[in-house]
Write a protein that binds this ligand. Structure first.
Ligand SMILES: N[C@@H](CCC(=O)N[C@@H](CS)C(=O)NCC(=O)O)C(=O)O
Length: 202
């Protein structure tokens, strides 16, 4: 299998953490790509029409995207149980969706600041994206701490990668303020070997 990869992509990081945690790293060749909506990465054309990473090329089937599909596939491949059965499964999927929603809003903010010409940038729109992130962090802090403290699952990995991306690109916004329980959980979670091995370059 070949994983289209960038070390700063938090969606790719979800897949990489899963590969580390489930011992599948040797099964995957890493292929580095760099692209933005304005300059799509050539190697992705023909693999993922959306030209987004992660994408996972397989010998025995079509290329998989997006991160949630790839993570579910790799989890099933080795029966890792990061998407458990029963009622907890729906919690895990909802938690992963919440974390990915944080990432979607944070990436839009990043693109707005980096790709859009300065005189066309719209602060109210950027602040509205941050409001989504702030609400999501508050929800994690108020309602999800028991789940986050339970056995490792894909929801936790996604939240860890989302908070890591906030530190990487939007640290000045201070997501930890008012979210002390979440901050404490993250300080332990980010020291997992899988998280340390995938820490994005500063
Ligand atoms: N929902 C997708 C989002 C993937 C995504 O937006 N990846 C970014 C890199 S962090 C990308 O490839 N951007 C290029 C583009 O939007 O054209 C997933 O979970 O994989």
């Amino acid at each position: 299998m070949k994983l289209y990869h960038s070390p700063t992509s938090p969606y790719v990081r979800k897949v990489m953490v899963l590969l580390h945690e489930t011992g599948q790293l040797p099964d995957v060749e890493i292929s580095s790509v760099a692209g933005t909506p304005l300059s799509p990465a050539d190697p992705l054309l023909g693999k993922n029409p959306l030209t987004k990473i992660p994408a996972l090329e397989r010998a025995d089937g079509p290329t998989l995207f997006d991160s949630r599909v790839i993570c579910a596939f790799l989890d099933t491949r080795v029966q890792a149980g990061l998407y458990p059965d029963g009622s907890r499964r729906w919690e895990v999927l909802t938690l992963e969706a919440l974390a990915d929603g944080i990432l979607d809003a944070a990436l839009l903010m990043t693109y707005e600041g980096r790709l859009r010409p300065e005189d066309m940038q719209w602060d109210s729109w950027t602040d509205a994206q941050w409001s989504k992130i702030a609400r999501a962090c508050a929800a994690l802090n108020q309602r999800w701490m028991a789940h986050l403290s339970g056995p490792l699952d894909m929801g936790q990995i996604a939240v860890g990668c989302a908070l890591g991306y906030l530190d990487l690109r939007h640290g000045v916004r201070g997501w930890r303020t008012g979210n002390e329980a979440l901050a404490e959980w993250y300080s332990t979670f980010e020291s997992r070997p899988s998280m340390e091995a995938t820490r994005p370059p500063g």
